[in-house]
Design a protein. Structure first.
Length: 406
């Protein structure tokens, strides 16, 4: 790898430049927050991002997949190809925060920090174009749509072919449990794989006073909810992690009518691909045999979810060491794996890299609310910290920045 000047000095200079534009970028983030868009329905957000990339003179690709945007900064000489990714879709929730930049779209809000991710990457782009003449290699900026809704936007962007030459990829997510200034790293499995499922139970309804003449799907459904919990406690290897959660059960409309239908919906999560298939099989089998015990029938429908996020150990370990060495104002932590899901998994199946977590709560944003809470309100300074880690990863690959291993 070619060393260009003092890599540490260049990193510090880039961080200073990024911090100088941070006040202006707060307005950009709040504009995104006020105008959230749902997965696969993003129009305004990608238009703004594409305009931003074009204004920087970057090679810009729009409508990648459904509505993704990809920008490419090509260096003057051959070298590694580094990809940085941020997502920009929102959630179907009401914004309940009392802030001037509250969502203006009824029933839609950025409660997962994607507006933070997007603005942080835009800050990094504004900085890195200033160093085009010093770059050996290419940087691909991925602005991804539809992370929140499977099949997700990541698979579409991978399928586009724009990433075929990528050597390393990095992504970030705000971390509601982490304090501002804390960066979480997880080696290996970091986030879960999962499926969503629906179960329709069919029987014969009747009068509530004459159950002997009916096949009661409501009672069958209640029994099934309990039976499905035995998957984790009695069928899954105790050394594996897994969750089966029932989020919906609906049946009947009247106090004295035995319903002929029942509807159950839920989600399953795990890390291991084999476990994912086992859980799917157990849900199908238990649903049908439980229904049969009551004389009912069951229809089980699965919606394929994301695979597990598996952080490549060398890249994860190295980036953590780089942060410890060159960003002393930040604190690194070994974050425990979680069974929440993320389609960054699709990138990591193709390219070496890591997905890290950036602390986003502080006294200024107290009380702390979790991701997907209607009052989730991350500290906007987390954008700077995302940018710092991205710039550090970039400096390692492009300028030879190394970690201290003392």
């Amino acid at each position: 790898m070619r060393h260009i000047g003092d890599s540490k000095e260049i990193l510090n200079e880039m961080i200073d430049n990024m911090e100088s534009i941070y006040p202006d970028m707060i307005d950009v983030r709040r504009d995104f927050h006020m105008h959230p868009e749902l997965s696969f329905k993003e129009v305004r957000t990608p238009e703004i991002i594409a305009g931003h990339l074009k204004s920087l003179g970057l090679e810009t690709y729009e409508n990648v997949g459904t509505s993704g945007v990809v920008g490419i900064l090509r260096g003057n000489n051959p070298g590694p190809v580094i990809a940085l990714r941020a997502d920009f879709d929102a959630l179907p929730m009401q914004d309940e925060k009392d802030v001037p930049y509250k969502s203006t779209v009824d029933g839609v809000t950025h409660a997962c920090g994607h507006d933070i991710h997007t603005t942080a990457l835009m800050m990094v782009e504004k900085v890195l174009v200033q160093y085009k003449d010093k770059i050996n290699g290419d940087i691909i900026f991925i602005h991804q749509h539809a992370e929140e809704e499977p099949p997700g936007g990541a698979s579409e962007i991978v399928a586009s072919g724009l990433l075929k030459d990528v050597d390393y990829i990095y992504g970030a997510h705000v971390w509601d449990e982490g304090a501002l200034g804390e960066i979480g790293f997880t080696e290996g499995y970091a986030m879960g794989a999962g499926d969503n499922f629906e179960i329709n139970l069919y029987g014969d309804g009747g009068h509530g006073a004459m159950p002997q003449n009916s096949v009661d799907t409501l009672v069958a459904g209640c029994q099934l909810v309990g039976n499905l919990q035995n998957i984790i406690s009695r069928r899954l290897d105790p050394q594996q992690s897994g969750v089966v959660t029932i989020g919906t059960i609906k049946s009947g409309d009247s106090y004295n009518v035995i319903p002929s239908k029942a509807y159950i919906a839920g989600t399953s999560r795990c890390f291991n691909p084999k476990t994912k298939q086992q859980i799917r099989g157990w849900i199908d089998h238990i649903s049908k045999t439980t229904a049969e015990q009551f004389g009912a029938t069951a229809e089980v429908i699965f919606a394929q979810g994301y695979d597990a996020v598996y952080n490549h150990i060398p890249e994860t370990r190295n980036l953590k060491a780089l942060v410890d060495t060159h960003l002393p104002e930040l604190t690194t932590a070994d974050k425990e794996p979680a069974l929440t899901a993320e389609d960054f998994a699709d990138y990591l199946k193709e390219f070496p890299g890591t997905f890290f977590f950036v602390g986003a709560h502080s006294d200024e944003t107290a009380p702390r609310y979790s991701l997907h809470h209607p009052k989730f309100n991350p500290d906007e300074r987390s954008m700077i910290n995302i940018g710092k880690v991205f710039l550090t990863a970039f400096s390692h690959h492009m300028f030879g920045l190394e970690a201290s291993h003392d």
